[in-house]
Design a protein around this ligand. Sequence first.
Ligand code: ZN
Length: 261
Amino acid sequence: MRTLITVLGLGFLMFSVGCESQSASRQVKDATITAAVKTKLARDVRLATLTNLDVTTENGNVSLNGTVESEEVKRLSEETARGVSGVARVINNLQVAPKADTAKAHFIDSAGHAVGTALITEQSGGGVRFHLTLDKLPSGFHGIHVHEKGDCTKPDFKSAGKHFNPEGKQHGAENPKGFHAGDLGNIEVGSDGTVDVELTAPQLTLKATDHSLIRPGGTAIIIHAGRDDQKSDPSGNSGNPIACGVIEKAAFTYSAIHTTR
Ligand code: ZN
């Protein structure tokens, strides 16, 4: 009897260990499928407008969560995910959101070399969000502002004029008489010369008002050599402009899944 119990016990133990390693390998398989689905979605040119897409996999069942710009993109995302090896089923939880207003800016440095982009999105609660992806910049803090003219003539970018200031205020968030609608504060560039950051500007819009970034003569975003003290008028002692990008209405809404592309 004791032997039988021991054998049963041993059998149970082996069974448990077997289950555990099976579930561990299932997890590895699921993670592999998730990565493969993300890569395939990011490489599909028809889905170049995808963003904020979350992919999870459980027992081979892939869930797609997030927001897309059209029913067509929703359908194509599912179709693409279904074609990945190991996928049992695709659970399509994607939401279709009405197309938001967006704009973009491509930055150049004072030599005219491309140093990154800003994707600009109208916020549902008001204001705009800037998603900056920059490189080849000096590390450290740099003042960043929207200027009142859409003209980035190198090398000094004086062509972009003053800070965008539709309310006729002084410069800086810490200035009691401030601030310019175009004051965006500072960005911090890493030691590798890159920065990937989001900034919001509650006073700005892409809609047709006097606070719009889309206006006759345009607007530009300028990055300065030094840190903006956020109070000295008219530009926070932030030094000379080192990069400039003209703000333009974008053709589409969503950025690519840049982490997997
Ligand atoms: Zn300012």
